[in-house]
Design a protein around this ligand. Structure first.
Ligand code: GUN
Ligand code: FE
Length: 423
C-alpha cells in the first residue's frame, strides 16, 4: 500500500517544547506514510499527488495516549470518591475479571476501539487484562482500526481477588508465552508490550521471569510507579531491599535498562527515583485527570521537563474519566498551576506550547519519529473543524488553545496514522 497525497489547511505543530510552528493555507505532503514537509505551494516533484483541500480547518499531528486500560472503559466515572487501592479492589478488579468471558470482552472492546478510533488519539499504549484470549481479541480490533498501538496482557500473581489472579509466577509466565507465540507475525500496527500490573501485583519470581522474557523477545515494558502514598508504603513492605519503588522493577531489568519502558504517574518519585528514571530513559506517562480523580497528587512535571525526562500524557481510563488527550493537556496545565500556587513557586505552570508538546512529540518519541508534521516524521495527522469556536480574528495559536480546552470528538473530521486514512 502506498500512501501518497497532499492535504491543505492551517498547520500547527511543535518545533520543540517551547515553540510552535504554524502556517495558514499550507500544503502538507505525505509520501509512503511519511511527511515530506510543509509548503506554500505544491512542489513540482509532488504535482501528481492527489490533493485534499481542508482550507480553513486546523491540521495537527495525531495525539499520543501513553497509558490507557481498555477493560476499564466500561466503568468510567465510578468510584471516584476512593483512593487507588480501594478503587482497584472495589471497582477495577471485579470489572476486569469479566474479561474471562469472550462475549463480554467482545462487546466492551468494540465500544472502546470505536471511540478511540474517532478520538484525537492516533497511537496508544494499552493495558488489557490478564486473559490471553480477550487480549488477542482486543489486538485484532485495534489492528482493524488502523491505529498503531502497543497492547499488554497484564501479569498479576498476588494481592488481587480470587476471580482476577494468576495462580503463581509459572502460570502467569506460561500464559504470557502462549500469548506472544500465538500473535507472532500477525499484525502490522499492533505490538505486544510486557505489562506487570504494578509491584504489589507481581511476585519477585514473576518479575524475574518477565525480565527474562523482555530480554528473550526484546519487548518494551509498561507499568505503574509511585502513584499513591499508600501504594508506595506497601511496596516498601513487599520489597524492603528496594532503594526506591523504581528499583523494584530495575532489579529485574524492567526499568529501561534493556528496552524502552513506560511508567505511569511518578507523582511521588523521590530524587533517587528521578535520577533512575532519567538514567534509564524511562518514559513518564503523566495522567493528570486520573491523579485528580483518585486524589493521588500532582506530578512535578515542570521539574521533570527541566531534568530532560522523557514525558508524554496518558488518559489512564478509568481512573481518568476522559479518553481525550486534549483534555489531558488542559488538565496537565491546570494541575501545574495548582502545583505552582500551593506547593512550589519555583515550578512555573506549563504553557500551552509545553502541554501540546507532551501530547505529540513527548509521547510520540516512544514510537520513533512520531508527533510532528515536519519532514521525515511518520504521517499521523488530524483535521480539526473548529468552526464552532473560531472567529476571523484568532491566530492559529489561539485556535489551538481553544481546541485544547473546547474541542469534542465530533470536531475531529479526518485522521491518518502512518499515512493510512482512518476516517
Ligand atoms: N495501579 C495498578 N493498577 C492500576 C490501574 O488499573 N489503574 C491505576 N491508575 N493504577 C493502577
Ligand atoms: Fe493505570
Amino acid at each position: 500500500m502506498t500512501y501518497n497525497f497532499i492535504i491543505k489547511g492551517d498547520i500547527c505543530y511543535s518545533k520543540n517544547k517551547d515553540e510552535l510552528i504554524t502556517g495558514k493555507d499550507k500544503y502538507l505532503v505525505c509520501e509512503d506514510g511519511y511527511s515530506r514537509g510543509v509548503y506554500d505551494k505544491i512542489p513540482e516533484s509532488y504535482k501528481d499527488f492527489k490533493l485534499y483541500d481542508y482550507s480553513g480547518k486546523l491540521i495537527l499531528p495525531g495525539l499520543i495516549d501513553l497509558h490507557v486500560h481498555a477493560p476499564q472503559y466500561t466503568f468510567r466515572g465510578m468510584g471516584m470518591d476512593l483512593e487507588l487501592l480501594d478503587w482497584l479492589n472495589t471497582y477495577t478488579f471485579p470489572e476486569e475479571s469479566k474479561y474471562k468471558d469472550l462475549s463480554y470482552a467482545s462487546r466492551a472492546y468494540e465500544r472502546f476501539v470505536e471511540d478511540l478510533k474517532y478520538s484525537s488519539t492516533t497511537r496508544a499504549c494499552v493495558f488489557a487484562s490478564l486473559h490471553v484470549d480477550s487480549t488477542i481479541l482486543l489486538m485484532n480490533l485495534l489492528e482493524k482500526s488502523g491505529l498503531i498501538s502497543y497492547v499488554g496482557k497484564v501479569n498479576m500473581d498476588r494481592n488481587a481477588i480470587e476471580d482476577l489472579e494468576e495462580d503463581d509466577a509459572k502460570e502467569s509466565l506460561s500464559a504470557t508465552r502462549a500469548w506472544l507465540d500465538s500473535i507472532k507475525d500477525t499484525y502490522k500496527r499492533t505490538f505486544p508490550i510486557i505489562t506487570p500490573r504494578f509491584t504489589p501485583s507481581c511476585s519477585d519470581e514473576l518479575m524475574e521471569g518477565l525480565g527474562g522474557m523482555v530480554e528473550e523477545y526484546c519487548l518494551p515494558v509498561q507499568s505503574h510507579l509511585s502513584e499513591n502514598p499508600g501504594e508506595i508504603e506497601w511496596v516498601k513492605e513487599l520489597c524492603p531491599w528496594a532503594k526506591c519503588y523504581g528499583d523494584s522493577y530495575d532489579r529485574y531489568k524492567l526499568f529501561g535498562s534493556l528496552t524502552k519502558t513506560i511508567m505511569a504517574h511518578c507523582v511521588w518519585s523521590d530524587e533517587r527515583e528521578q535520577r533512575l528514571l532519567k538514567d534509564r530513559g524511562v518514559f513518564i506517562a503523566h495522567c493528570p485527570n486520573s491523579n485528580l480523580n483518585l486524589a493521588s497528587g500532582i506530578a512535578p512535571i515542570r521539574k521533570y521537563l527541566d531534568q530532560g525526562q522523557n514525558i508524554g500524557l496518558g488518559s489512564d481510563i478509568a481512573a481518568g474519566s476522559h479518553l481525550s488527550i486534549f483534555r489531558q493537556v488542559s488538565d496537565a496545565i491546570q494541575v501545574s498551576k495548582m502545583y505552582w500556587r500551593y506547593i512550589d513557586q519555583r515550578c512555573k505552570p506549563l504553557s500551552i506550547e509545553e502541554g501540546f508538546y507532551l501530547a505529540t512529540l513527548g509521547g510520540g518519541k516512544f514510537f520513533g519519529k512520531v508527533g510532528s508534521l515536519d519532514k521525515g516524521y511518520e504521517f499521523d495527522a488530524l483535521v480539526i473543524d473548529d468552526a464552532d469556536y473560531k472567529n476571523e480574528n484568532l491566530s492559529i495559536e489561539e485556535r489551538l488553545e481553544r481546541t485544547i480546552y473546547m474541542s469534542e470528538p465530533r470536531h475531529v473530521r479526518h485522521k491518518w496514522v502512518s499515512g493510512k486514512e482512518i476516517f
